[in-house]
Design a protein around this ligand. Structure first.
Ligand SMILES: *[C@@H]1O[C@H](CO)[C@@H](O)[C@H](O)[C@H]1NC(C)=O
Ligand SMILES: *[C@@H]1O[C@H](CO)[C@@H](O)[C@H](O)[C@H]1NC(C)=O
Ligand SMILES: *[C@@H]1O[C@H](CO)[C@@H](O)[C@H](O)[C@H]1NC(C)=O
Ligand SMILES: *[C@@H]1O[C@H](CO)[C@@H](O)[C@H](O)[C@H]1NC(C)=O
Ligand SMILES: *[C@@H]1O[C@H](CO)[C@@H](O)[C@H](O)[C@H]1NC(C)=O
Ligand SMILES: *[C@@H]1O[C@H](CO)[C@@H](O)[C@H](O)[C@H]1NC(C)=O
Length: 930
């Protein structure tokens, strides 16, 4: 796009005016024409205090409604939301629009800790096939808002959520506002959307934004007195607010509302300067300023100024003289650029000319970014047409584009920028009627699965789908002949038409050895006269049945009730995995994880009776095996796991990781939708519970014990980082993932799990996962995962051990600080370590405390390369333990008051320590896991 300079050209303004005049339709002024306000997850219709009518989105058949759990928001539409599974699908809202009409669509997101999980979601939204924005929640109580202005070109639009990289995708409200005027007309509006970056009311008299009913289109004009971080900073000295009660002539109703124009800022010292963060930029955008003279100038006074944009000398040539440009006072003048390149951080200045007596004035400003539209799959129209015949079927409700940004669950597409459909999977979907003829227009189709339906009528001519390779039409009620047009498909390799009501003869061209053809179960269908090649053809269902039978046997053995089987996969095999079954009795070394049956698990957990924990990956239940062994069963959240093979591959890897400071993985169970992981049971719960959970009051753990827990955990992590090839990065270290056993020894849990989760469509594990408060900020920004991300999380755990405070808390850390890192850092750096030490700790050596505090701060440095390795941290913990032990011995020697208990416990600890030394050596000697 070339950058066209339209600033300060009254000519353009006139053009717009004319345009607006002609677009103004006769009719009554009704306030809410063309408004849709969806209260996602809501239950009932209501009218808010602005007079907007909200309706619930209850017609949506997927997603779940939820309530927010933070108390700061009171507007009813934000109290509820709808959330969707974090899987590889997209979830769409479809709204009716009037074609060739401009709209504003606004989507808002208030997390509000609706899942009581405190994992801030990150996911993408799209308008139709066009990626719109990535929603990154960074705060439970801030409403994220996204707005787009667009010209509707079809009768519906879809807003879709997809690609969750953390948490679950959700939405609080979806609003549609229809425009009447033409202020947002651009030459590019059929190819680009306008994504709203800034819409500012300068000189506002309160922090409340101006919107409906002051703005009949319910645009939200942000007040310039709201102090958002990095928003409207670098304001010039001498900037003053001015306002008027006089009516302002704005000429047309899609210009800024009068109330916005009645306030302004004036640069009394000659300059107005601002620095804005423009979401979505750098890029090309649409930027307009709105001016109206609202001050009284004397007869000999003038107000003339220029816009100065760094690096844009041309722009500064034009001079604004509001009264002259607008042809009078209290009239709107709106110069702007319909296409200008702007940076992410925009610094701009309005400076008075040397012959002007007054400084510049600014009432409002609007900046939108051009967002290039993607017209979506080339097969879009064809597939939409087909869907119109199945409008009540579940699978036809997915909405949005067939392929973009992710395909429908029953469709696969190629990876072209404008993709084409390559696979349709509509097996067993209760389809009736004829095979939809639209399917024959999908020119890139490779696989077609329509088996197991109730389709009737003839097989259509698929000649147009020249790439068709696999066709499944079996188990329907198709009639007519097997068409000879099938011979026109050069790539056809498999054709299944068994168990239909086809008749006639099989075209001889289909009986060749390159084609797998099954046409059995069609009573009136006969093989043609030509004999000879029948040997190569799979005839009848017997062979198919045999294959099925074999498969059943294999899976039965594999799932064998009560029998313990270990299996290993031959990974060199591509299609059908060859499973080597190794039967094993008793407790043979578990090179591969044990496959438990569902009923074994069900018995052990007494039908999942006792829940002992929950986390990002699923809920954990207590269980006891027949042999008395206690287990913890983690039931993975459904939908988030890959296919069976990938699952068991990962699980096999998991089972090769052994270390005394890692929670032992015993096996898994996968049946149907359910995937479960089985671990040894840890009797003493999580570190979190000991630090500030229900267990705290019973027995606050001593400093030496905390150091030893830190040591145990660090050893586990060190093993993951250095003892495994390739190194394993935990990604989700936190105090609730450090478990304590009977002997108060710590072990790290949940390692390797992040690898299991499916990451949107990518199926690779390079996505941000983790828990707020523990998440390495560098990793979050760069998405480059290193072992130093674990070190960051471990640093946070060390701070928790010192302070007994949670990583994130709204109350504990004082104003403007919710996070243990900032809080501890400011104390430690100013030498006030006492200020952060857990008040329940009374006996400790301050030197060992300092050692850990300083190391912890190094661990939470902003940049990974500045953080120590886990081995260095471990060394420091060893030293701190030595210091603390010496101090402990001195304290005991000197003090007769020392209770028996503490002597006893210190003896106990010494024991464990010797043990620890052993495990340390062990882990170095055996870098065995692969
Ligand atoms: C827009 O135009 C329609 C049709 O004339 C009218 O009903 C509606 O009230 C107008 N809306 C606004 C906000 O001007
Ligand atoms: C909400 O109002 C609409 C009409 O505006 C009506 O069709 C719908 O049934 C109402 N829904 C509820 C839950 O009352
Ligand atoms: C949300 O809160 C309302 C009122 O308290 C309650 O009726 C409803 O069941 C809650 N919804 C969910 C999904 O928890
Ligand atoms: C999904 O999100 C990740 C991270 O934000 C991004 O890198 C990736 O491109 C997205 N995938 C799609 C299909 O948009
Ligand atoms: C702005 O003007 C005021 C008087 O109007 C003066 O006191 C102040 O120093 C000026 N500031 C700058 C930065 O010029
Ligand atoms: C198909 O229809 C039958 C009977 O109408 C119903 O029981 C079944 O759930 C339907 N299956 C699907 C996938 O819609």
């Amino acid at each position: 796009m070339e950058s066209r300079l339209l600033l300060f050209t009254p000519f353009f303004f006139l053009l717009l005016l004319l345009d607006a005049g002609s677009a103004q339709m006769p009719g009554t002024w009704c306030c809410e024409a063309g408004f849709v306000s969806l209260d996602c997850g809501g239950k009932e219709n209501f009218t808010d205090e602005l007079g907007l009518n909200w309706t619930p989105d209850s017609q949506l058949t997927y997603g779940e409604a939820a309530n927010i759990s933070v108390a700061t928001e009171t507007r009813k539409q934000y109290l509820t939301l709808r959330h969707f599974p974090a899987d590889s699908r997209k979830y769409c809202y479809t709204l009716n629009v009037i074609s060739r009409t401009r709209y504003l669509v606004r989507a808002t997101f208030l997390y509000g800790n609706f899942d009581i999980n405190n994992v801030y979601p990150k996911f993408d939204i799209s308008l139709g096939a066009t990626p719109w924005s990535t929603i990154v929640i960074s705060d439970a109580s801030t409403v994220e808002v996204r707005e787009l202005i667009f010209l509707a070109l079809s009768p519906t639009i879809s807003v879709c959520l997809s690609n969750a990289t953390t948490g679950k995708p959700f939405i609080s409200t979806l609003e549609l506002r229809q425009f009447n005027g033409s202020i947002y007309f651009t030459d590019f509006e059929e190819e680009y959307f306008l994504s709203v970056s800034a819409r500012i009311n300068f000189g506002a008299d309160s922090e409340a934004p101006i919107r409906y009913p002051d703005d009949p289109f319910d645009r939200i004009w942000e007040s310039d007195s709201v102090k958002k971080a990095n928003y409207l900073v670098d304001v010039a000295a001498g900037t003053k607010k001015v306002s008027t009660k006089m009516p302002i002539s704005v000429n047309s109703n899609d210009r800024p509302p009068e109330k916005v124009m009645q306030t302004a800022v004036v640069g009394t010292n000659g300059s107005l300067t601002y620095r804005l963060i423009l979401d979505g930029f750098p890029g090309f955008g649409w930027a307009f300023s709105y001016f109206a003279e609202i001050e009284d100038l004397g007869a000999d006074e003038s107000r003339k100024f220029r816009l100065v944009l760094p690096g844009n000398a041309d722009i500064s040539k034009a001079v604004v003289n509001i009264e002259e440009n607008a042809q009078g006072k209290y009239r709107l003048y709106e110069p702007g650029f319909t296409n200008i390149s702007l940076p992410f951080v925009l610094s701009f200045r309005f400076g008075k000319t040397s012959d002007s007596s007054r400084g510049p004035l600014l009432n409002a400003m609007e900046i939108n970014k051009y967002l290039e539209k993607n017209d979506g799959s080339l097969d879009g129209t064809v597939i939409e047409n087909m869907l119109s015949y199945y409008s009540s079927a579940d699978w036809a409700q997915e909405g949005g584009d067939a392929c973009l940004p992710v395909p429908w669950s029953w469709v696969q597409c190629n990876s072209d920028p404008q993709p084409k459909i390559v696979k349709i999977s509509l097996s067993s979907k209760n389809l009736t009627g004829n095979i939809p003829s639209d399917l024959t227009k999908l020119t890139s189709l490779v696989e077609l699965w329509l088996d197991g339906n109730s389709l009737t009528g003839p097989i259509p001519d698929f000649t147009g789908c020249a790439d068709l390779k696999i066709i499944h039409l079996e188990n329907n009620q198709l009639t007519g002949e097997l068409p000879s047009s099938l011979m026109n498909l050069p790539s056809l390799r498999e054709l299944y038409v068994e168990n239909n009501m086809l008749s006639g003869t099989v075209p001889s061209g289909l009986l060749n050895k390159n084609l797998v053809l099954n046409y059995s179960g069609n009573i009136n269908l006969r093989k043609g006269d030509k004999r000879g090649s029948h040997i190569d053809v799979i005839i009848g269902s017997s062979v198919g049945a045999a294959i099925l039978l074999i498969a059943t046997i294999v899976s039965c053995v594999f799932m064998g009730k009560g029998k313990k089987k270990y299996f290993e996969k031959d990974q060199s095999e591509h299609s059908l995995p060859v499973q080597r079954l190794v039967s094993s009795k008793g407790d043979a070394p578990t090179e591969a994880g044990q496959c438990f049956t569902f009923s074994e698990i069900e018995d052990a957990t007494r039908k999942f009776e006792r829940k002992i924990g929950s986390g990002g990956f699923g809920v954990v239940y207590y269980g006891k095996m027949k042999d008395g062994k206690e287990i913890a069963v983690k039931v993975l959240t459904s939908n988030s796991y890959q296919g069976k093979r990938e699952f068991s591959n990962e699980v096999t890897l998991l089972s090769r990781i052994h270390h005394r400071n890692l929670v032992q993985f015993l096996g898994y169970c996968q049946e149907g939708e359910r995937s479960m992981l089985v671990y040894e049971f840890m009797h003493n719960g999580t570190l979190k519970e000991h630090l500030y959970g229900p267990l705290t009051r019973e027995q606050s753990i001593s400093w030496i014990k905390r150091l030893e827990i830190a040591e145990d955990a660090a050893k586990g992590i060190e093993y993951l980082h250095t003892g495994c090839v390739p190194a394993i990065i935990h990604r989700d270290l936190k105090s609730s993932n450090i478990l304590i056993d009977k002997h108060m020894r710590a072990k790290v849990a949940d390692f390797g799990l992040s690898k299991l989760a499916v990451d949107g469509v990518s199926h690779v594990s390079s996505i941000v996962r983790g828990t707020v408060g523990y998440l390495d900020p560098e990793y979050y920004i760069s998405q480059q995962l290193t072992d130093k991300s674990d070190v960051y999380s471990f640093g946070v755990i060390l701070l928790e051990l010192i302070s007994g405070q949670e990583a994130i808390s709204n109350e504990s850390f004082g104003v403007n600080c919710r996070n243990i890192v900032q809080w501890a850092k400011s104390h430690i750096e100013s030498g006030d370590i006492q200020g952060i030490i857990d008040p329940t700790l009374n006996e400790f050596d301050i030197q060992s405390m300092w050692k850990i505090a300083e190391k912890a701060l190094l661990c939470v440095q902003a940049h990974g390369h500045m953080r120590p390795s886990i081995s260095e941290v471990l060394k420091e913990i060893h030293e701190a333990i030595a210091i603390e032990k010496e101090a402990l011995a001195t304290r005991e020697g000197n003090s007769e008051d020392m209770s028996r208990n503490s002597i006893h416990s210190s003896l106990n600890l010494g024991c464990i320590d010797a043990d620890n030394g052993l495990s340390f050596d062990e882990s170095i000697a055996q870098p065995s896991a692969r």
